[in-house]
Design a protein around this ligand. Structure first.
Ligand SMILES: Nc1ncnc2c1ncn2[C@@H]1O[C@H](COP(=O)(O)OP(=O)(O)O)[C@@H](O)[C@H]1O
Ligand SMILES: [Mg+2]
Length: 305
């Protein structure tokens, strides 16, 4: 089933196998994904393609500066005929929500989504409503240096299980893309291959993947190393270690194993950890990248044998 999802995505996004694999890990690990990169590298297209492989309810929400929290979570609508109020759910009440260009909305609107992401429920006018299951947010954003954006605060970035970049395609893939789109866009060919029940049972199978104690300890060694690192002002949280653990299970599952090896943890650590770190200002201005710090930590922390 997962191979079917991958095959659908490969029709649309060429030459990005590693990114597709990470997206599948996130799907199986029940982790929200932030796709961040320059415009035009296929972020929206990839998110749409993933949503279309899924037969459950899909909503897309374009974030703009004038978007309000109620546009995300919903609100009560007054019915003048009988004077009653009925709740009109916002797009957050979906199985897959594409939150496109999330950093263009105001911090208040962003936070209405982020609360839903971590609590998996939405509080509207004093009433708390659970979100459907599965619930997956695929958010995209352009690099925060671009004009007219409100950067997501680090505390809120922590709600994203994973942050991925797409990057430019290799030359031969870019040429192939031109011909693949000649007649119609390949996105139109994506078919649903997975429904809610199937995804929930895959996620349950992932949670059953065995993780030996020494590998669990390795996860915590890595997270602790981010907290102790001299140029990192705020390291990764326990939420981060739980996500890394789960994503390693998903990676093992994708690889057809019933147990996690340290390589599963290493293979996903940059995507799970880097975006949550807060660098100290000196490091930030010197252009140090968080991803490189995680790679440095991966090179230093002893791998269990
Ligand atoms: N690696 C790729 N393979 C196939 N198509 C791509 C690739 N990168 C970009 N594209 C195409 O470029 C166009 C712009 O993509 P889009 O998803 O709108 O970009 P973004 O949301 O990152 O600004 C789409 O038609 C998409 O299919
Ligand atoms: Mg886009």
């Amino acid at each position: 089933m997962i191979d079917a999802v991958r095959a659908q995505l490969q029709k649309v996004i060429l030459g990005k196998e590693a990114v597709l694999d990470r997206l599948l890990v996130a799907l199986l690990a029940d982790a929200h994904v932030l796709m961040e990169d320059v415009p035009g590298v296929g972020k929206t297209t990839l998110a749409k393609a993933l949503a279309r492989t899924f037969a459950g309810e899909f909503k897309r929400l374009q974030f703009t500066p004038d978007l309000l929290p109620t546009d995300v979570v919903g609100s009560s609508v007054y019915d003048p005929r009988d004077g009653s109020f009925t709740f009109k759910p916002g797009p957050v009440f979906a199985n897959v929500l594409l939150a496109d260009e999330i950093n263009r909305a105001s911090p208040r609107t962003q936070s209405s989504l982020l609360e839903a992401m971590s609590e998996r429920q939405a509080s509207i006018e004093g009433i708390t409503r659970p979100l459907p299951r599965p619930f997956l947010v695929l958010a995209t954003q352009n690099p925060i240096e671009l004009h007219g954006t409100y950067p997501l605060p680090e505390a809120q970035l922590d709600r994203f299980g994973m942050r991925v970049e797409l990057g430019y395609p290799a030359r031969e893939h870019e040429i192939a893309m031109l011909y693949a789109q000649a007649d119609h866009h390949p996105l139109d060919d994506v078919r649903p291959v997975l429904d809610e029940k199937a995804l929930l049972s895959l996620q349950a199978a992932v949670r059953a993947v065995r993780v030996e104690r020494r590998v669990g300890a390795y996860v915590v060694d890595l997270v602790e190393a981010t907290r102790a690192h001299p140029t990192i002002k705020m390291g990764a949280s326990p939420r981060a270690s739980a996500t890394l653990f789960r994503c390693a299970q998903a990676r093992a599952y994708l690889d057809g194993r019933a147990y996690v090896v340290p390589e599963d943890v290493k293979g996903i650590a940059v995507e799970v950890l880097a975006h949550r770190l807060m660098l100290d200002p000196k490091a930030r201005y010197s252009g140090l990248r968080k991803e490189d710090l995680v790679r440095e930590i991966l090179g230093v922390v002893a791998v269990p044998v």
